[in-house]
Design a protein around this ligand. Structure first.
Ligand SMILES: Cc1cc2nc3c(=O)[nH]c(=O)nc-3n(C[C@H](O)[C@H](O)[C@H](O)COP(=O)(O)OP(=O)(O)OC[C@H]3O[C@@H](n4cnc5c(N)ncnc54)[C@H](O)[C@@H]3O)c2cc1C
Length: 394
């Protein structure tokens, strides 16, 4: 295997595959000079997992073999990155050392179930669920169908997460399921955050949804322990430090998450553990041969595939400028989109940028839930993902 590539891309997820496709279509001379380093056999369309957990999508439709999504002209090293030396411009992946001229870091985000005492060993038993692990998403729907009484608790951590509103998606569709089945179940939402949503317009809309549906929701309540066998969840108030134990029949956990731990010694991360890039150009603040997009980057927006879609053209144009020894001139404005199902068939489509002001792309009021938005997320988004975004079209 070759030991040097003009461009090395770390991670074959949404950001890695879409940038490889786009740059190869724009810069033909890069053919066979782009290496993607990715250990997984499969590529996943993660945004569909909350729908699988609510029984409205099939798990099988959410993945493809990795080799089918690697674009023509790119090489694939199936290995896990262990370290990067941005001074020597070298990547260590398993036992292989590769050097590069330019590097894109798209390693995604790491799930940290271990931050919640008892969570890892409880998952998959006693209706302790999560929609963040492929192997467990179907268990969420199984548990929902089996829950006939008691509490369903849906949690969200204070820490930055990917799929920012997936907990709310599960919450509302499960509430709809329970009401349709007329079951004696109380639905609760516990979030470690200060507010439901960071953009006022959508925050107001979500508060109305919670109140109309009589959902018991509390903020600043972080899940800190799961007692699976006793079916109890322990929460800590992030302001007062007080703890509360709530019994559950079903628990749906969104775990805390953090940036790529394999890069801890690389000098590429900021103090919070994210790849330290300029928020507009996506070029590393210190190493001008390194770029990053998506969940592992320090870009201060909500970590979504929809954000990657907007970052993609900017990053690729800036990288091409750098390859031509020019300064990067293209700017990402923080645009992202958060689809929030409010019941089966209805969805709020929040769209905004760094200024936390709505930037809606339709003429409709997107803070009002609509059938057309739900259909878009369920039926159109997967097609756009597999056949446009992963092919490098933004
Ligand atoms: C439950 C859920 C719901 C979501 N809902 C939505 C939604 O409705 N809308 C939306 O837009 N987005 C949603 N997202 C978020 C979206 O999937 C991510 O933001 C997007 O995939 C980010 O792309 P990425 O390339 O940064 O990370 P990923 O797509 O996660 O890719 C990271 C890749 O890096 C690889 N990797 C990890 N470690 C290493 C290593 N050491 N060496 C090499 N490779 C490595 C991984 O295997 C993976 O393939 C959701 C995500 C989840 C989990």
């Amino acid at each position: 295997m070759r030991k040097h590539y003009k461009l090395v891309i770390l991670g074959g997820g949404t950001g890695g595959i879409s940038t490889a496709s786009r740059i190869l279509s724009k810069k033909k001379d890069l053919k066979d000079d782009v290496l993607i380093i990715e250990p997984d056999d499969y590529h996943y369309f993660q945004p569909a997992w909350p729908l699988v957990g609510s029984g409205d999508e099939k798990l099988d439709s959410t993945w493809k073999p990795m080799k089918k999504v690697i674009p023509k002209g790119a090489c694939w090293l199936q290995a896990a990155v262990k370290n990067v030396d941005p001074v020597k411009r070298e990547v260590t992946a398993d036992d292989t050392l590769i050097s590069y001229d330019f590097l894109i870091v798209a390693l995604g985000i790491e799930l940290n179930y271990d931050a919640i005492k008892g969570a890892r060993e409880s998952l998959g038993h006693n209706s302790v669920c999560t929609n963040y692990l492929y192997n467990l998403v179907e268990y969420t729907y199984e548990s929902l169908k089996n829950t006939k009484s008691g509490n369903i608790i849906v949690t969200k951590p204070e820490a930055k997460i990917k799929g920012g509103v997936s907990a709310e998606n599960s919450l509302f569709t499960m509430d709809d399921f329970i009401k349709q089945q007329d079951r004696n179940v109380d639905i609760m939402f516990r979030s470690g955050r200060e507010e439901l949503f960071e953009v006022k317009k959508y925050n107001d809309s979500l508060i109305s949804q919670m109140e109309e549906k009589h959902i018991d929701y509390k903020l600043n309540e972080e899940l800190i322990e799961v007692k699976g066998k006793q079916k109890q969840a322990v929460f800590k108030n992030t302001h007062t430090g007080e703890t509360h134990t709530i019994p559950f029949e079903m628990l749906v956990i969104t775990p805390p998450m953090h940036g790529p731990s394999v890069l801890k010694k690389s000098g590429l991360l900021n103090q919070e553990g994210w790849v330290d890039v300029d928020k507009h150009t996506m070029m590393h603040k210190k190493y001008t041969t390194v770029f990053s997009l998506g969940d592992s980057s320090s870009l201060p927006t909500v970590k979504m595939g929809a954000a990657v879609r907007k970052q993609l053209p900017v990053l690729v144009d800036n990288l091409i400028e750098r390859m031509n020894d020019q300064e990067p001139t293209h700017k990402y404005d923080g645009r992202t989109a958060c689809p929030i199902a409010t019941e089966y068939g209805e969805l709020i489509l929040a769209e905004f940028g760094y200024d936390r002001k709505p930037k809606e792309t339709t003429f409709l009021n997107q803070a009002d839930d609509k059938m057309i938005f739900y259909q878009f997320k369920k039926n159109m988004l997967p097609i756009m993902y597999w056949y446009a975004l992963l092919k490098g079209k933004s």
